[in-house]
Design a protein around this ligand. Structure first.
Ligand SMILES: NC(=O)c1ccc[n+]([C@@H]2O[C@H](COP(=O)([O-])OP(=O)(O)OC[C@H]3O[C@@H](n4cnc5c(N)ncnc54)[C@H](OP(=O)(O)O)[C@@H]3O)[C@@H](O)[C@H]2O)c1
Length: 384
């Protein structure tokens, strides 16, 4: 029995993880849950899963939750809050495996703490790998802690890499759906509304990642994530637009063979893979090959999606530029969703923040967070 600590339990990945626990009660149980602000759902999860400890984003929310649980006769769940709370969930002695699925750098300290505590990680929170991947990977290697990717592309690459050695890899190919605006004329990009951008053609996900998919910054973050997870330079990570989202990613080997991973577009599959690795439990997530009429692969359009170019540039520089890329995007996406800037303002803001960021390689999580704060301030000042 693996006892899980799920960071971001109320989100899309968190809920999919709990549905896996539901399906495999003999394999998995819940030790800790960390939510943000969704009190209703955190309460329902607490009652259903009875974790030892549950964290909310703020003290007030944690107190409200504790009161509701007492009123319901539930007295055995410790409620905690904030960064200390997520860290307590991530390092709970009784947790055997940590699912890192908080969105943004809010999940960074807990993910780092889990690695320092020697907990195997199922990593969905790509932003923490982008901002502090160098530090996280170093810590994981020193402690022999596995980091198993949940992001479907990296999960696919992880699977394809099991058949070859590092030296045999020529390129990692990340597939991208191309988002909802793959075919939209460039002169209409400035008029894109949040409602249009929030409609992803193939995946149902949280708001930030959905907008990031529409700008393709999400693929940019994934390029950096792949460099860190698989120890390859940016030039070895390529992007191909594959609108069907059926091939989740590919690995090209030096002999000319290309291995691909194909499955349903359902995040429960990569989550189960990460939780069960190196086993492969039987699941109901089948895929009908006969339903495949065709597979398209296209070159990404760097003019339409400047975020891809910006991500490659940041990946080359590493350190502060990767932190700034992520931070500026988070601020810009918020501004776009609030209708304060147009869709095209997202790459523009990121480009300006990157231009204002000096080259640096933060060595500690505190330095990463300080650089992140600076980049956010720069982005906010630009938007103001
Ligand atoms: N969804 C996907 O298919 C998918 C695929 C690949 C990778 N990912 C990555 O997985 C991560 C989660 O994505 P998602 O789609 O699940 O996002 P989501 O639905 O927006 O969920 C985000 C989760 O983070 C929690 N959270 C936010 N701020 C927090 C804070 N300050 N403290 C504690 N918890 C906080 C939220 O809590 P509340 O809701 O309670 O506020 C929620 O549980 C992201 O890094 C994303 O890039 C997602």
């Amino acid at each position: 029995m693996k006892r899980l600590s799920i960071l971001g339990s109320t989100g899309s990945i968190g809920q999919s993880t709990l549905s896996i626990v539901e399906q495999f009660p003999d394999r998995y149980s819940v030790a800790a849950l960390a939510a943000g602000r969704n009190l209703e759902q955190a309460y329902a999860q607490a009652v259903r899963w009875r974790p030892q400890i549950l964290s909310m984003a703020t003290e007030e929310l944690a107190e409200d939750l504790a009161l509701r649980l007492r009123q319901a006769g539930v007295h055995d769940i410790e409620t905690v809050y904030g960064t200390q709370g997520t860290v307590a969930c991530a390092t709970l002695p009784d947790a055997d495996f940590v699912v890192s699925a908080i969105v943004g750098v809010a999940g960074l300290e807990a993910t780092h703490a889990a690695i320092l505590a020697g907990k195997p990680i199922g990593l969905a929170n790509k932003e923490c790998m982008v901002a502090a991947g160098e530090i996280l990977i170093r810590a994981a290697r020193q402690r022999n802690v596995p980091i198993l990717p949940i992001d479907s592309e990296h999960n696919a690459v992880h699977q394809c890499l099991r058949v070859g050695t590092h030296n045999e890899v020529k390129a990692i190919w990340l597939t991208a759906s191309g988002g909802p605006f793959r075919k939209l004329p460039l002169d209409q990009f400035a008029a894109i509304t949040p409602e249009q951008a929030l409609k992803h053609p193939t995946w149902v996900m949280g708001r930030r990642i959905t907008i990031d998919s529409a700008t393709m910054l999400n693929k940019g973050l994934e390029i950096i994530e792949a460099c860190r997870l698989f120890d390859v330079p940016p030039a070895q990570v390529r992007v191909t637009v594959h609108p069907q989202s059926t091939v989740h990613s590919l690995v090209e080997y030096v002999d000319g063979s290309i291995l691909a991973q194909i499955s349903v577009t359902d995040m429960r599959l990569p989550i189960l893979y990460a939780l069960a690795f190196p086993e492969r439990p039987a699941s109901t997530l089948t895929f009908d090959l006969a339903a495949l009429s065709h597979l398209d692969f296209e070159q990404p359009d760097f003019e339409r999606f400047p975020c891809l170019r910006l991500a490659y540039e940041a990946a080359e520089k590493g350190g502060a530029h990767c932190i700034a890329l992520n931070a500026a995007d988070e601020v810009a996406v918020e501004a776009f969703l609030d209708r304060r800037i147009p869709f095209t303002g997202i790459p523009r803001t990121i480009e300006e923040v990157l231009a204002a960021t000096p080259e640096a390689h933060p060595d500690t999580i505190a330095e990463v967070l300080a650089t992140d704060r600076e980049a956010r301030q720069t982005a906010r000042a630009l938007l103001a």
